[in-house]
Each structure stands twice: as structure tokens, then as C-alpha cells.
Design a protein around this ligand. Structure first.
Ligand SMILES: Cc1cc2nc3c(=O)[nH]c(=O)nc-3n(C[C@H](O)[C@H](O)[C@H](O)COP(=O)(O)OP(=O)(O)OC[C@H]3O[C@@H](n4cnc5c(N)ncnc54)[C@H](O)[C@@H]3O)c2cc1C
Length: 415
């Protein structure tokens, strides 16, 4: 039976970054996943490293917007009627936490993580030979109406106060940056200090390779076999059982499958999202991610083509895929950018793991010694992977954490 210092469960961008940071501190680490590293939620995202994020994603405040969602006409959101009751406590909490006071609390609590997110990726990319996937030209959010743009005033004022670079653009200024966009929008905000990647899977794989080069071991195994044995934690893998003093659980949307049998029930919900890849028509091109805020989708240049990602679908990961949002948003997306044929016939689906306050849980598991949690990164798991890795490594190795981790503690749900 193998013995390691730490086991990390889940090889998405979060678990991989944690395993790499622990290995860099000299620990012997096993990274365990039931599938291939980076192939679940971390595979299909929009690829934005959103260091500029201040406020959580807004909950619709206007009755007309809520009605559009309720009547399943909104391009930005969908839901499964049969699961609405299950989602209700989450939705009520989410609504409350996205009012102004909650948004400001989120901005303050999350700033230490967001402000380091681009630099932490850059550092890992440099040592993992992955810098070729990084673009440093920010992202653009488009607004089709003045009203939509004005709704961002408070966030932009806060950005100004904090010195976060951003540039308000009119239609033609935006088209000077992205000439293939059609002039169907009125305003845009360019966030130049954000970054993006051209292949999120390749980035996770590069971090895994770096972890391996530092002596880390990647194993196939089922995290649901986690149990106590001989004073340690034990997990069964294809190579046999493995023991460790410390376990970090980074299973993203799948975390409850392992935590609930251990008696740890935290209120995780899910915002599912889909993507398809398209070929651009003719010579059309895109250099950075662009979000059509009113319609809740993004287009991003990826190695596979233009990736069109959808907004939120309130349904549990195991429910059947229902990619109906494409029908609702494609006319708007094709009007904005000349999307041609689909580059591949498939539609990808993933589940953003979300708590109602939009913050992850990072820290000790309640009631279980030497079990650490790092999941629930919602819309920002790619962004926050490496900085989460640093924070968890600080905590596991007993170093003073680089920031106060209290806002991310699981105990916040006990109140
Ligand atoms: C459409 C969409 C767009 C997005 N865009 C962005 C973006 O632009 N920027 C950004 O920062 N974030 C974005 N996100 C969010 C981001 O993708 C997620 O927050 C992030 O991928 C979560 O990573 P994770 O490592 O926690 O989870 P995952 O990537 O899901 O990793 C969990 C791992 O656990 C493994 N696992 C599960 N159960 C078991 C088990 N029983 N045993 C062993 N292994 C198990 C899985 O196989 C998986 O590899 C987006 C998400 C979606 C859906």
C-alpha cells in the first residue's frame, strides 16, 4: 500500500492547481480522478481569467426579465420545472446576495483571490510550458441598450476606485478592436487586465504534466471510496489503496456525492452551461472573448473554433441535457458575429458548482480532521484555480495564508 503526504480528489483545474502547489512545497502528493484530468467542468468553459470580477452575476431584478425566464423565452437562463422546488432555497439566497449590499460584500471578500488570479496563472504557465495558451488582451462585455450599460454604473465606479483598468467604448471603438463584430450593440466595456486561454483542457493538462515532473502521482480512482483506516484517510485506486494524512476534496459539482455520506451537507447548487464550436464565415475573426450581456452568451476564439458558451441552466448535473438556449440565442449571436458551420457536431454540457453567495468553500471540512475542501467556484473556477492552489497549500502546510480565508469557510453556512 502506497503512502503519501496528501491526496487530492478531483483533477479539474482546482484540484490540479492544488496538487501542483502542494508538490512545489515538497509534499508527496497523489492526484486522483475517476476520469481524465480536466475533462469535466474545466474542459468546456469560456476561457476567461476574470481578474477584474467585482460583483456576482446579477439575478434578474425587473419583472419582465423574470417573466421571460419563467416562460422559458430568455436566452440567458433556463430551468427544469421538476427541479424548481429543489432550487428554491438557492434561488432565494442568490437573489438576496446579488442585491447591492451582497454584491459589495462579495467584491470585498473575493478581491484577494481575483486580484492575484492572472499573476498566479502566469506563474504556473511559465513553469508548465503553457504560456502559449495565454492571451493578455482582456475581454469585452457588450451592451445592446443604454439601460443595460447604465446598470453597470456602480460596478464601474468601484472598479475606478480600486484602480481596475477598464475602458468604456462606443460601437465603432469596439469594432476597432474586433472588426468582425456587427454594429448591433450600443456600448461596450473592455477589461484589458483580464486574460484568456485558447484551450482550457490543454492548460490543465500542462499543469498536470508539471505536477508529474515534480514527482506527483496521478491515479484513477473513485473518491466515493474515501474512508478512515489506521489513523489515515484511504482511497481505492486502480493501482490499489492509497493512504495519506491529509485529503483535499476538489470535486467541483460532484463534491456532494462524497461529502454527504460523510455527513457534510453544504447547500451547493448548479448552473449548467453548454458550448458549441463554430467556424467563422470567410475571413471573420475574433481575438478575445466577447460577452453579449443582454443575451447571456459569450463567444471566444479557441483552438477548436469559435466557442459559443451559454448562460445558466438551473438543473442538477445528472438530469438529461436540454440545450434549448441555443435556439433562443443563435439569432442574436449570428447577428453579432458571422458564425458559420459547427466545427464539430457535438454539444458540450458542464455544471458550474455554485453556492448562493457565489463564493467557493476553501478550508477545513466541518467535523472531519485533515479533510480540506476546495469547491464551489461557480463562474470563476478557471480564474481561481491557481490562487486557490496557493491558499490551500498555505493552509495544509501550516503557513500563514496569504489572505484571510475566513470568508470562504464552510462554517458560514451554519449561521
Ligand atoms: C459554460 C461555462 C463557462 C464557463 N466560463 C468560465 C470562464 O470563462 N472563466 C472561469 O474562470 N470559469 C468559467 N466557468 C467555470 C469553471 O469552468 C468551473 O468553475 C471550473 O471548471 C470548476 O473546476 P473544478 O476543478 O472545481 O471542477 P471539475 O472541472 O468538474 O473537476 C472535478 C473533477 O472531479 C472528478 N470527479 C468527480 N467525481 C469523482 C469521483 N467520485 N471520483 C474521482 N473523481 C471524481 C471529475 O472527473 C472532475 O475531473 C465556466 C463554466 C461553464 C459551465
Amino acid at each position: 500500500m502506497a503512502r503519501t503526504d496528501a491526496i487530492v480528489l478531483g483533477a479539474g483545474i482546482i484540484g490540479t492547481s492544488i496538487a501542483l502547489h502542494l508538490a512545489k512545497r515538497g509534499l508527496s502528493v497523489a492526484l486522483i480522478d475517476r476520469g481524465g484530468p480536466g475533462e469535466q467542468t474545466s474542459y468546456g468553459n469560456t476561457g476567461v481569467i476574470e481578474g477584474n470580477t467585482l460583483f456576482p452575476h446579477a439575478f434578474p431584478s425587473k419583472l419582465s426579465d423574470l417573466l421571460r425566464v419563467a416562460l422559458k423565452q430568455a436566452p440567458e437562463a433556463n430551468y427544469h420545472l421538476g427541479e424548481l422546488l429543489w432550487f428554491t432555497p438557492y434561488l432565494l439566497g442568490y437573489r438576496k446576495n446579488t442585491q447591492l449590499a451582497g454584491s459589495i460584500a462579495f467584491a470585498e471578500a473575493m478581491r484577494p483571490l481575483f486580484s492575484r488570479s492572472v499573476a498566479e496563472h502566469e506563474a504556473l504557465m511559465a513553469e508548465s510550458n503553457a504560456t502559449r495558451y495565454l492571451r493578455r488582451d482582456g475581454w469585452i462585455k457588450l451592451y445592446r441598450s443604454e439601460e443595460g450599460f447604465e446598470s453597470t454604473t456602480r460596478e464601474r465606479e468601484l472598479a475606478q476606485k480600486l484602480g481596475l483598468p477598464h475602458r468604456v467604448l462606443d460601437t465603432e471603438e469596439t469594432r476597432a478592436l474586433e472588426p468582425s463584430l456587427n454594429p448591433v450593440f450600443r456600448r461596450a466595456v473592455h477589461w484589458p487586465a483580464a486574460a484568456s486561454v485558447s484551450n482550457p483542457l490543454a492548460v490543465t493538462r500542462a499543469y498536470v504534466a508539471r505536477f508529474g515532473a515534480l514527482g506527483g502521482v496521478v491515479l484513477k480512482g473513485d473518491a466515493r471510496t474515501l474512508h478512515r483506516a489506521d489513523g489515515n484517510w484511504r482511497v481505492d485506486t486502480d493501482e490499489g489503496a492509497i493512504d495519506a494524512k491529509e485529503v483535499v476534496l476538489a470535486l467541483g459539482p460532484f463534491a456532494p456525492e462524497v461529502l454527504e455520506p460523510l455527513g457534510i451537507k453544504l447547500p451547493l447548487a448548479f448552473k449548467r452551461g453548454y458550448h458549441r464550436h463554430y467556424r467563422p464565415v470567410g475571413n471573420a475573426g475574433l481575438t478575445r472573448p466577447v460577452v453579449d450581456v443582454a443575451n447571456g452568451y459569450a463567444i471566444t476564439p479557441m483552438e477548436q473554433g469559435i466557442r459559443l458558451t451559454t448562460g445558466a441552466e438551473f438543473a442538477r448535473p445528472s438530469s438529461p441535457p436540454t440545450p434549448v438556449q441555443f435556439d433562443r440565442l443563435l439569432p442574436a449571436a449570428r447577428g453579432l458575429f458571422p458564425l458559420g458551420e459547427q466545427a464539430e457536431p457535438t454539444t458540450w454540457m458542464g455544471s458550474r458548482p455554485c453556492f448562493a453567495d457565489s463564493m467557493p468553500v476553501i478550508g477545513r471540512a466541518p467535523g472531519q480532521s485533515r479533510l480540506w475542501l476546495a469547491y464551489g467556484h461557480a463562474h470563476w473556477g478557471l480564474t481561481l484555480g491557481p490562487v486557490t492552489g496557493r491558499l490551500v497549500a498555505d493552509m495544509v502546510t501550516g503557513v500563514t495564508p496569504f489572505c484571510d480565508p475566513k470568508p470562504y469557510a464552510a462554517e458560514r453556512f451554519a449561521a
